[in-house]
Write a protein that binds this ligand. Structure first.
Ligand SMILES: Nc1ncnc2c1ncn2[C@@H]1O[C@H](COP(=O)(O)OP(=O)(O)OP(=O)(O)O)[C@@H](O)[C@H]1O
Ligand SMILES: [Mg+2]
Length: 261
């Protein structure tokens, strides 16, 4: 099986710079970051704490604005969209998975997953069918009528993944999605993302500090001090072999201690 380049570019990040603060209190969180993600790729972003991973994801997801450079998603430069169009773009083209599942407590799993479709006024029948389908795939069909407090952390996170996937977004953005999970549930979530990526050509950009999580991707971008330091492609390696290669880069980048990654 090949895990190489899959299709046309869906995400093109060009010369992105992000500077926080002003005058004598300036942090350059990103400096001249450029990369392209093709349809159907599963890309990991790794780097030490403070290296700019979340800033990069937030600039891509339009949660934050770039200082200079461009972010083109499905042909649209999101750095130039005005707020009303931006809200719509985010809703229709992007899916989000955060470290904390961010589910609404007063809604069942089914209602939480359906929410993006409900907001987009998708017909009820279609909504129900799509929720059911994605829930089967992520192995959460049995919890659809439960409220978040009645589910395990792992189930909640898979429900959050289902909510991100249900609209079939151009790009799914995940910031440490396994960060709050134990190893068994982390594995289940990663297997779900991998399955969605393979079966539906879902394009995923995932920030992680964990080499094990990164080993599920097709390609890892390593960020250091706001720049892309290097990238690793999985190619034809199996997951274990890719994990070993990722660990080598992590160790090489170590410096202040590779466990900080
Ligand atoms: N809103 C902000 N205002 C000022 N500086 C910020 C802001 N957000 C991030 N930074 C700075 O930008 C740099 C990159 O931060 P970022 O959150 O992207 O790191 P990260 O790689 O996600 O780290 P972690 O692994 O700890 O989550 C850091 O030096 C941080 O202090
Ligand atoms: Mg972060």
């Amino acid at each position: 099986m090949s895990y190489g380049v899959q299709g046309a570019p869906v995400l093109e990040v060009s010369h992105v710079e992000k500077v926080y603060g002003s005058r004598n209190n300036v942090t350059r969180a990103l400096a001249d970051v450029s990369f392209t993600v093709n349809k159907g790729e599963f890309v990991g972003i790794m780097g030490a704490s403070g290296s700019g991973k979340s800033t990069l994801l937030n600039c891509v997801s339009t949660i934050d604005t770039v200082t200079s450079g461009s972010v083109v998603i499905n042909g649209a430069d999101v750095t130039r969209l005005k707020s009303d169009k931006l809200t719509r773009f985010r809703r229709e083209q992007l899916g989000f998975i955060f470290q904390d599942s961010n589910l609404l407590d007063t809604l069942t799993a089914r209602e939480n997953i359906a929410l993006p479709l409900t907001i987009a006024r998708t017909p009820a029948k279609e909504t129900l069918a799509r929720v059911e389908q994605v829930a089967q795939r992520l192995n959460i069909a049995g919890v659809l009528d439960k409220y978040p407090y009645q589910m395990s952390g792992g189930q909640q996170q898979r429900v959050a993944a289902a909510r991100a996937l249900v609209t079939d977004p151009a790009v799914i953005l995940a910031d440490e999605p396994t960060g709050a999970l134990d190893s068994k549930n982390a594995r289940l979530l990663l297997e779900s993302l991998e399955a969605m990526n393979r079966q539906y050509q879902a394009t995923v950009l995932m920030v992680t500090h964990d080499s094990f999580a990164a080993s599920y991707t097709n390609r890892v971008l390593f960020i250091r001090d706001g720049r892309i330091f290097t990238e690793l492609r999985r190619g034809d390696s199996d997951r274990r072999a890719f994990f070993d290669r990722i660990m080598e880069v992590v160790a090489m980048m170590g410096g202040e201690g590779s466990d900080a990654l």
